[in-house]
Design a protein around this ligand. Sequence first.
Ligand SMILES: [Ca+2]
Length: 583
Amino acid sequence: MTRWLMILGFLLLAVPAMSAEKPNILFVLTDDQGWWDVGMRGNKDLDTPVLDALSEESVDFSRFYAAPVCAPTRAGLMTGRYCFRTGLYNTRFGGDTLGLSEVTIAEQLKKVGYRTGCFGKWHLGKYAPYQPHHRGFDEFLGHYHGHIDKYDYPDQIVHNGKPVEARRYVTDLFTDAAIEFIETNQKQPWFCYLPFNAPHSPWVVGTSHDGQARGDLLINKYLKRGLELREARIYAMIDIIDQNVGRLLKRLDELKLTDNTVVLFMTDNGGVSRHFKAGLRANKGSIYEGGVRVPLFVRWPKHFPAGGRVEAQCSHVDLFPTFCELAGVPLPDDRKIDGMSLLPLLEAGSGQRHHKYVYHTWDRYFPNPNDRWAISDQRWKLACQIRRGETATEKNWQLFDLDADLAEKNNLADKHPEIVRRLRAEFLRWFDDVTDGVEYRPVPIPVGHTAEPLVEIQPSWAKWQGKNVTYVFRGYDWDTIEGWKEAGEHATWKLDVLRGGTYEVAISYGRSARGGGTLRLSVGDQTVECTPPTTPTADVFTRLDVGTLVLSKGPATLKAEVVTAHGTELLRLNRIFLRRVPK
Ligand SMILES: [Ca+2]
């Protein structure tokens, strides 16, 4: 009998506690909400009662770091690897595409029976097969790009690859979809990733007949507190996020899922609001604390101590291994995973040390180890950030004692040259490691994928050449290439033709009555030409069928070129459409 009890006891000990119940994971990520944009950080002018209460039930990370901008953080969240390892290096120009050899957290969790949903902003690839429903998510409702223009009745929403009309304010819409996903899948473990696109610009609250009243009330509430209009709009958007997190948590309670659901709240990079900064320096895009320090709090009742506080510096790349450990799925063993599971810190509800070093860098174009970078060893932070167009020297290096100088005001580099040398050497070692053997270039646009017979070729992926021709950023879907004035001015796109065949070619464009001319579109020796008619103004876009091109399988270059132009400009080119004609 004793022997059997011993064996039983051994068996109980041998089974990891986690395998008995795989917790659901609800991961709420917001966009451009700063470390200071929550009431719990001392922000008295912003109402986030739900987030404040959630943080008290959670383990709160006071030194949690994301990348300075959107897509790099998302690459790290999805893979547990710093973005440069994944080939992702930008937020636009096709450099915001997560390489297909990467393993996403959704793919990992599916291995052990999770249902996976993503509702919101993806920003890791626009085209099939880079879209989330091809990267491990059973369901995706949201948008692919870095931002959209219409937050109320949004027009750029796709559901598992299909465009849909959406009759809601976008934050309410994504929350509805997340709740429906949770209700549908409540009998099995699920991973619900909810990357809200708010409060990213444009700072739009309600504008529709049934949304404007709430928007006006919220904006007025914050204007009355003395905020400027821009700030009031951002706070109103955060207020709506808070209300929606409240709806989610209430539904978890009603479904009796709270005890078996790990809830995380995090933001994807530093904030853009300026009304209250909690003492942090700079904003989104910067390597100072205001650009990279973000809120993270994590709740799992009866497992993680409510009110816990972790002071150790941790990184967004840590969530991938944390989720894997929670779900009981081993990490991929064929690649370097930069993150380390946060589970020991979460279970303890405290901790002073985790990563020996965290690293920050961001350049608009390509990885650059010299001009905008920082490294911290928990106490000491070496930082360099210079204006664009300048070249950094050692004189630009600044050393801060984060324990004593949260605001990064007192440069101590001259006093501690040995710390400066150590941190700079470690940063360069890291940079060389994460960029080793990786080529940074826009991913060629896949054309002819079976899931996407119609491909929209967008301006931001182009290279353009000519005296006048230029790219104009207006929020991805409204971008143009304009200024086509002289014969030979052109733009090119790299394609990867997955299936050869005949493709119908159309363009979306605007053309002033004062402009006009002939545009040639070509792939290799295949060409079509068009003379776009005038549109009501150059900023009103219409669609024009141009003809067909026969494309061969493999890499190709699509070229748009001025044949003749007269007047102000040939056109403003907003899109090229390639649709594969079925055989
Ligand atoms: Ca962002």
